[in-house]
Design a protein around this ligand. Structure first.
Ligand SMILES: [Zn+2]
Length: 75
């Protein structure tokens, strides 16, 4: 079975577990703050291109935006 690596904790997960696992990371803390950020695994971080680092930053911006939208929707 294909394995996916979690962008948050870098655990390897089966396809069927991946989405559920991902959702857990995206859950808001009780105070509405996001506490998880997408990061590169240490072993890939050194080899990653500048473009890929920029991509990760963009991904975090999208995750933050999504959390803010959910926070405002809940008010
Ligand atoms: Zn994870």
């Amino acid at each position: 079975m294909k394995k996916y690596r979690c962008e948050f904790c870098h655990e390897w997960l089966d396809e069927e577990d991946y989405l559920r696992h991902h959702q857990e990371h995206l859950k808001l803390r009780p105070d509405g703050q996001q506490n998880e950020y997408v990061t590169l695994p240490p072993d890939e971080c050194e080899q990653a291109s500048l473009e890929f680092h920029v991509f990760i930053i963009m991904l975090n911006a999208i995750v933050t935006l999504e959390c803010q939208k959910r926070l405002f929707a809940a008010i």
